[in-house]
Write a protein that binds this ligand. Structure first.
Ligand code: URA
Length: 193
């Protein structure tokens, strides 16, 4: 239930908590939200060998409600997962996942689509994929943030993917090397070495 993906993903999605399908199958993001995530990842050019996915809460919360105490209790598992997988890029899905990393009351609407620094890694917050099912505005925002992620992908890949996965991809208008540092709207990444 804790993780789905390759043993060394350089990008890790972090969702909130398993839903019914995930609970039945024991694998994160296999339900509707998972399909939305997979589709967006594939169409941005992210390869299945590059990313993995886990959750802040490791088992389905009662009444499927996100519970901060459960999130706190699961914190050591999440910490251990991040430490052992060692992804360079963390993509939080939804406000509750964002809060597990940046607890300082940063609204997801403000943080989404902007790279932040988190303990030597890049943290790229996004809305939760399930939000796109509930509102057109969220669906549009999700699409826009994925476009930004798709723009950053080549430079992330160049820096963080193992050499075997460094096949260049060319996308019209995509920024090249160094783009992660040229952040819009106050991104706070440290300079690249
Ligand atoms: N499935 C998961 O595994 N996590 C979520 O946050 C939602 C659906």
């Amino acid at each position: 239930m804790v993780y789905r993906g390759p043993p060394r993903p350089w990008l890790l999605f972090v969702g909130e908590a398993p839903g019914r399908s995930e609970d039945e199958e024991g694998i994160p993001f296999v339900g509707r939200a998972g399909r939305i995530l997979e589709e967006a990842a594939a169409s941005s050019g992210l390869r299945a060998t590059e990313w993995g996915v886990t959750n802040v809460i490791m088992c389905r919360p009662p009444k499927n409600r996100f519970d901060r105490r459960a999130a706190l209790a699961c914190r050591p598992w999440l910490g251990a997962k991040v430490a052992s997988l060692a992804p360079a890029i963390l993509v939080t899905l939804g406000a509750n996942a964002l809060e597990a990393f940046l607890p300082e009351d940063l609204p997801v609407s403000q943080a989404a689509g902007v790279p932040h620094a988190w303990e030597g890694r890049v943290l790229f917050p996004m809305l939760h994929p399930a939000a796109t099912l509930h509102s057109k505005a969220f669906a549009q925002r999700w699409k826009k943030d994925w476009e930004r992620l798709g723009e950053l992908l080549p430079s992330w890949r160049e820096r963080h993917a193992p050499e075997a996965e460094q096949t260049p991809i060319s996308r019209p208008g995509s920024p090249g090397r160094g783009a992660v540092r040229a952040l819009p709207s106050g991104g706070i990444l440290p300079p690249a070495p």
